[in-house]
Design a protein around this ligand. Sequence first.
Ligand code: AR6
Length: 176
Amino acid sequence: MVRISDRITVIQGDIVKLEVDAVVNAANSTLLGGGGVDGAIHRAAGQELLEECKGLKGCATGEAKITKGYFLPAKWIIHTVGPVWQGGQKGEDSLLASCYRKSLELAREYTIKTIAFPAISTGAYNFPSERAAGIAVSEIAKFLQGNGLPEKVFLVCFNKETCRNLQEAFSGVFEV
Ligand code: AR6
């Protein structure tokens, strides 16, 4: 039996370059592209991604939808819409947890073995990075406890602060 902590890895880098079965996009509710990681994914995947996204008719906050990966190394893109931080009293924590859970449910449904998440909502949507890291690691750990798929989850950080927060959250959850 592989330990849950061995199925989660924090890595620094650009999510669009990762050779995983699926990458998760921190999208907005239109699913028609934007800045940050969303912009990077759309640029790298190409115009056909936008065409497929137009057919999805958007996505609610806390939900997730899947498309092909087109020119990405990843076969699939799971688009999820994180909450905009509004001070913490508007259900932001549970909506963020839902993004991770719904993305992982889709991954399981599509027999995805390896998946990479960006730090959802911690950029343009202003969710406090440390708090978001705790939610990400505990929600993923909870899901993996009950599921064999995905086998491996990468938490991708783009800057040092996010890396530090994710590593600390990982240590906190797994007491390493
Ligand atoms: N690889 C990995 N992580 C990245 C990359 C990358 N290439 N680029 C940025 N990040 P954000 P949000 C990190 O703003 O807060 C968009 O316009 C970034 O450092 O991309 O959920 C959408 O269309 C940060 O830690 O997403 C929405 O309108 C994290 O990804 C809105 O932004 C998330 O930052 C969503 O905002």
